[in-house]
Design a protein around this ligand. Structure first.
Ligand code: DC
Length: 209
C-alpha cells in the first residue's frame, strides 16, 4: 500500500482526465476520476426520481451506493459510462456536487480507495489538493483558455461549461480553488503527454532534492 498521491485540480476541459491518465500510465500508478463519481451519484438520484435539491435524501442515497469508475463507471452494478456524459447529467451534477453530505461520502471513499492502492495514485477533480489530500506528494492545478476548453469538451456547449465552472467555483462547500503550493500549468496548445511528462519530471526532481 502506498501513500503517494498526485492531486490534480482544474476547471472543465483543462485536460485533467487525459493528463492524469497519462501521468498514471507513465508511473505505473492507479488513476481516479472523482468527477465520474459525482456524475454516477447524479444518475442514480435521477433514476430514482429523488428531488435533486433534497440534500438529506440525496446525501443518504450517496452513502449507500456501490460505485466503480474503472474499467467502466457503474452505480449499484448498472453501467452508466455513457449516461454520465449526457446534457441532463452535465446540468444536474453541479447541484449534487454542491451537497455537503454527498461530498463527505465521496471524500471518504476517495481516501479509502487511494489508501488501498499498491503503488501511488493520481487523483483528479476540483477539491483534491485543497480538501481531499492536502498532504499530497505533488499538487497540480491545470487550466486552459476558454476557447480551448470548449473545443476539448466538444459534446458540451461553451455556455454549459461556463455555467458549471461558475457553480463549481462559487459554491460554499469545497469550491474549485488552486492550492497555494500547487504547480500551475496552462495546457493550452500543449499535448497531454507533454504536460504529463512535466508533472512526472517535477515529481522526480522533488524526490531527489
Ligand atoms: O470533472 P467533471 O467535469 O467530470 O466533474 C463533474 C462535476 O463534478 C463538476 O461540475 C464538478 C464536480 N466535481 C466536484 O465538485 N469535485 C470533484 N472532486 C470532482 C468533480
Amino acid at each position: 500500500m502506498s501513500d503517494d498521491i498526485i492531486a490534480i485540480d482544474g476547471p472543465a476541459g483543462s485536460g485533467k482526465s487525459t493528463v492524469a491518465r497519462a501521468v498514471a500510465q507513465q508511473l505505473g500508478w492507479s488513476f481516479l476520476d472523482t468527477g465520474a463519481m459525482y456524475r454516477a451519484v447524479t444518475c442514480e438520484v435521477l433514476a430514482r426520481g429523488i428531488d435533486l435539491h433534497d440534500d438529506a435524501a440525496v446525501g443518504a442515497l450517496a452513502d449507500t451506493l456501490t460505485l466503480t469508475t474503472t474499467p467502466r463507471v457503474s452505480v449499484n452494478g448498472r453501467d452508466v459510462q455513457d449516461e454520465i456524459r449526457t446534457d441532463t447529467i452535465n446540468v444536474a451534477v453541479s447541484v449534487v456536487a454542491a451537497n455537503p453530505l454527498v461530498r463527505q461520502a465521496m471524500v471518504s471513499r476517495q481516501r479509502e480507495w487511494a489508501k488501498s492502492q499498491p503503488l501511488g495514485t493520481v487523483v483528479e477533480g476540483r477539491d483534491i489538493a485543497t480538501v481531499v489530500f492536502p498532504d499530497a506528494t505533488l499538487k497540480v492545478f491545470l487550466t486552459a483558455s476558454v476557447e480551448e476548453r470548449a473545443r476539448r469538451r466538444g459534446d458540451e456547449s461553451p455556455a454549459s461549461i461556463a455555467r458549471r465552472d461558475n457553480a463549481d467555483s462559487t459554491r460554499v462547500t469545497s469550491p474549485l480553488r488552486q492550492a497555494h503550493d500547487a504547480l500551475f500549468i496552462d495546457t493550452t496548445d500543449r499535448a497531454a503527454q507533454d504536460v504529463a511528462g512535466e508533472i512526472v519530471q517535477c515529481l522526480k526532481s522533488r524526490r531527489s532534492s
